[in-house]
Design a protein around this ligand. Structure first.
Ligand code: PEP
Length: 248
């Protein structure tokens, strides 16, 4: 049985005080204990949100990290720094980082490995553009992203990774993939994991869908066989909406 995981990606939103207010509003609700909830907040809010989350089952995530432990990388944050704060998860390879900050599959691979080495669980994002989907290349693109991101990662490490299938054309656009299309790609990803690793890992790895998930679409998505959760941007910024997603 795979534990469903609903993760909020706050992106570059919320000051420290706004973060405290939002997380306080979320934790004031009764949350389904059969669902793992995670909030991926800006670096500046990690410490304070960690403090507010104490005594709850909500996990804490970062949205990015460097792969080195320390060094001359001005402006970067290392996995060791995140670990010290007590971060559980880190989003890696989000399409916005690939698109605006030139993150290659090679960099994504280094970050996934570094996160695992520090006991931080990567939420590894893969997904195709609209042009790639319209050209019928979505499986090829996702397969390549996945295999490159997982290069050199051993079977015993893989179950600490959550994979997020996020078609780029559905992120922040209000346009959700149909539950069939989302499930079909998540099943395709699961199949690749089975081919590269084994049947147990294939059955255990958690795969999220991400792309304009809202309270009125979550139930149908979560009813699909190969979708184990959601990575959520916009709707994670509204406490009631995020709570509805966790309690789908
Ligand atoms: C995301 O940022 O990963 C995302 C899926 O955003 P949204 O839910 O706003 O589409």
């Amino acid at each position: 049985m795979r534990l469903p995981i609903i993760a909020g990606n706050w992106k570059m939103n919320n000051s420290i005080s706004e973060s405290i207010e939002l997380i306080g509003a979320i934790k004031a609700h009764d949350l389904d204990e059969g669902v793992e909830a995670v909030v991926c907040v800006p670096y500046t809010s990690l410490n304070e949100v960690k403090r507010v989350l104490e005594g709850t089952t909500i996990g804490l995530g970062a949205q990015n990290m460097h792969w080195e432990e320390s060094g001359a990388y001005t402006g970067e944050i290392s996995p060791a720094m995140l670990k010290e704060i007590g971060v559980d998860y880190c989003i890696i390879g989000h399409s916005e980082r690939r698109q605006y900050f030139n993150e290659s599959d090679d960099i994504v691979n280094k970050k996934v490995k570094a996160a695992l080495n520090y006991g931080i669980k990567p939420i590894l994002c893969v997904g195709e553009t609209l042009e790639e989907r319209e050209a019928g290349k979505e499986q090829k693109v996702v397969r390549e992203q996945l295999l490159r991101a997982l290069k050199g990662i051993e079977g015993h490490e893989i179950e600490n990774i959550v994979i997020a299938y996020e078609p780029i054309w559905a992120i922040g656009t209000g346009r959700t993939a149909s539950s069939d299309d989302a499930n079909s790609m998540c099943g395709f990803i699961r199949g690749i994991i089975g081919d590269e690793y084994d049947e147990t890992i294939k059955g255990n790895i958690r795969i999220q869908y991400g792309g304009s998930v809202k309270p009125d679409t979550i139930e149908e998505l979560m009813a699909q066989r190969d979708i184990d959760g959601a990575l959520v941007g916009g709707a994670s910024l509204v406490a009631d909406d995020f709570v509805s997603l966790i309690n789908y």
